[in-house]
Design a protein around this ligand. Sequence first.
Ligand SMILES: Cc1cc2nc3c(=O)[nH]c(=O)nc-3n(C[C@H](O)[C@H](O)[C@H](O)COP(=O)(O)OP(=O)(O)OC[C@H]3O[C@@H](n4cnc5c(N)ncnc54)[C@H](O)[C@@H]3O)c2cc1C
Length: 430
Amino acid sequence: MHVIIVGAGLAGLACARMLERWKVDITIIEAADGVGGRVRSDYADGYIFDRGFQVVFDTYPAVLRQLDLAALDLHAFAPGAIICLPGKQVVLTDPLRDPAWADRLAATLAGSISPLDKLRTLQLATELRLQTVDEMLAGPDETSYDFLKRRGFSDRIIDLFFRPFYGGVLFDRTLATSAKCLRFDFKMLAEGRACLPAAGMGAISAQLAAPLLERGLVHLNTRVADLLHREARVAGVRLANGQELFADAVVVATPAPEAARLSGLPMPTEERGTVTLYYSGDEPLYQGPKLLLNPLPDAFINNAQLLTNVVPAYAPPGKHLLSATVIGIPALNDDELFRQGLRDLHRMVAGNMLAQAALASYQPLRLYRIPFAQFGQPPGLHPQLPDNRSGRAGLYFAGEFTEASSLNAAMISGEKCAANIAEDLAGYGV
Ligand SMILES: Cc1cc2nc3c(=O)[nH]c(=O)nc-3n(C[C@H](O)[C@H](O)[C@H](O)COP(=O)(O)OP(=O)(O)OC[C@H]3O[C@@H](n4cnc5c(N)ncnc54)[C@H](O)[C@@H]3O)c2cc1C
């Protein structure tokens, strides 16, 4: 029994790990020069650069099943965020975990977030904590904005917090994304923490891939050009160099557009792109492992985070690493992206003399343009996503595109795909 897996992102790796455990022969074909797909880090001059700012929730169910979290040495962001209003920054804490919440609430009565919105946040967090993931995702769908309005949240908290926060998570400040995504992420945050591994996000992929690489099962720098058919069955792959490989089953674990090209089947292809800008400075821009959110309607930077406040090892001693997230990919060259980013960062910390002075030392280091960071997830999309079984004999899918756009969903997809293959090929003695 031999299975070819096309793509060594988290979905392909999770699928491979399970099949390997069940003693299936596997070959993993990866086009890039390393494993991890969208979850990779670069290491240069003492800095860790994740290929796009992202976090892992330590409550993600598949993460708990698939990863050794202690070995990843996770460091957490503090709950809540710093909201950057014109001329002042407001610290929003988590009412479930902050003992000083009531005092802080009194301090925010002056106009930022209303007590009613705070209470609705608390109510939603408590409710979601009591539901299982399946219960929470059941029922009719709606946009995140309609959901928040139906729950009685004011437009003020939606604009100040939910738009920039979920804008950063789902690359959509309009909140037109399915409320199921918002509820799921809200539950994960209510129950756990948003974290970075001590060695960068790429350490997640490296950990999953380690036993597979050790056994020589992953072929890097090798692109699959086409699928091969024998009568109605998918029987292998043709590589870009013309070589043909045959197997009992093929798993396409690429991003959705490539899965659509290879299989000819419909996939969710609406892309959500982003740019991550990295700057390094001599002084911390602010204290504590928090996110800075930009709620202004003309925001260029949606959110920014001093990664070294979370994991000091993201920069060499004496340096501080800031990443700033732009939603979408503006048609600007690198210099202009960095310049506009820095201008918006100055606006975000306006009124804070210390932060303004610190920001003066920040220099552009590196940027990543990521056209297909996630796929668009409008209400009603999830039940229509492709199945792990393609409907064609011998062809399976593993990838976020069968579940939802997240690390957790990608790994779940890999797990389900492996289980489907094992079931279908049980006759082979798997
Ligand atoms: C900037 C950014 C921020 C994000 N933020 C978060 C977050 O905070 N939390 C979260 O949970 N998720 C986040 N995500 C989403 C998450 O990273 C993805 O959902 C997940 O990594 C997708 O995994 P995958 O295995 O499905 O696909 P991929 O990671 O895209 O892996 C597919 C692999 O297939 C390979 N491939 C493609 N074509 C071929 C071919 N023809 N032949 C061989 N190999 C091929 C690719 O090189 C790649 O390695 C973010 C993503 C990005 C980019």
